[in-house]
Ligand binder design. Sequence first.
Ligand SMILES: Nc1nc2c(ncn2[C@@H]2O[C@H](COP(=O)(O)OP(=O)(O)OP(=O)(O)O)[C@@H](O)[C@H]2O)c(=O)[nH]1
Ligand SMILES: [Mg+2]
Length: 455
Amino acid sequence: MPFRLEAGVNRSIVPGETIAAISTAAGEAAIALVRVSGEDAIGVADKVFRGKQRPSDLQSHTQQLGEIVENGAVIDQAMLAVHRAPASYTGEDLVEISCHGGALVTAKVLETCLRAGARGARPGEFTERAYLNGKIDLTQAEAVIDLIRAQTDLALRSATEQLSGRLGEQFRNQRQRLIEIIAHVEASMDFPEEGISPDDITTIRSRLESLQSEIDKLIATAETGRILREGLRVVIFGATNAGKSSLLNCMLGFDRAIVSEMHGTTRDSIEERINLRGVALRLLDTAGLRAPENLVERQGIERTQRMLEAADLRLHIIDANAPRPTDFSASSCELLILNKSDLPEHADWSSAGAIRISCKTGAGLPELADEIYRRIGGAKLNAESPLAINARHREQLRRASNAIGRALAAIGAGATPEMFAIDLQEARHAIDELLGGGDEEAVRDAIFSQFCIGK
Ligand SMILES: Nc1nc2c(ncn2[C@@H]2O[C@H](COP(=O)(O)OP(=O)(O)OP(=O)(O)O)[C@@H](O)[C@H]2O)c(=O)[nH]1
Ligand SMILES: [Mg+2]
């Protein structure tokens, strides 16, 4: 799991400071990677590595087999690679040590580097340095997180697209166009006696309109972006004993939730991720709905209600073998599922337009998957352009679009250039912040603290 720091962590970067971290996941593996980056990275490597050549004599982008040593004692046999600034991931001198992947040996290799002068890296600090050194923009840094977290082909495609810089390119293009419009407007402000000509106004207006419509199109991809990054929330709910936990287990393909004939088995909501034909779903099993028998159950049911409010799709599951409860109601925004079709169906349900399944035999489950895919617009999601913005982008783009909207309204009302130039500057700041200027600590903190240490 990505490591999350408390908000407000000090993200100031001391130039030249050398950092080190284990970049591979914890646990046993064939190989682990320890990275060292900064002005003294190669100096640290010289102290800890013994091979045919000293790391400082190695050419950039070459590697050598040798030993990691401390006070004459060999800690591990390792492969060491040198990447000299600026042609490295971080843009600084970067050394990568591939050692054996045992938890203890990796920790010792790291400790040796720390004792040789490096300090432990914060989460995301390698990527943050890449950003601060101008190797990538903020949208690309965000794409690194998306790439690591991607659970479906579609999410992966979207992340690689963003990592390639295509989104950043679009933002830069928009910024450039705004700057040109602002220059045009400001030039007319220098000669107030001449005013701004009707021709100029027409050009400025049409350029602003096309820019705004482009920005609005990008804003519209935010919903797809959320689905790709977080997955769609699909909530299974219904009366106790209807088979909610059984359905969760069937869809997952393993027994995640406890199933029993006792009513009120599930107390807490259980969330698992599944990949439904390329679309990531966050599938939630919830506490069954009935008059609660105690405080714990009441809290569980309240939790179910909250989950339902935030759901993208609600699966209302019913025991078809049991009579229809007197207070039964179903709304049109939920998918009705009659479970236990292996048992005789109660006459109360004969006219119910619902999908019939059996978690016991598996009957109807492929049809249910088809229907879920159809309801969430899976085909549309799969066909869409893979570029999709995140919540931070949406916020800034909305700010830009609103400011352009205000400028257009002012132009329409015959305002002077001074009056709408402020709005255009506001739009430009919003787009600047999307790409990052390097000095906005709060934004950086929010982005890089989502990374693992070592990335
Ligand atoms: N015959 C039959 N029994 C089923 C089917 N699905 C579930 N059951 C049984 O119904 C009972 C309740 O199943 P659960 O999955 O625990 O139901 P639930 O909706 O999660 O119940 P609560 O957590 O108590 O709200 C268990 O005894 C299951 O074995 C089915 O398709 N056919
Ligand atoms: Mg249950």
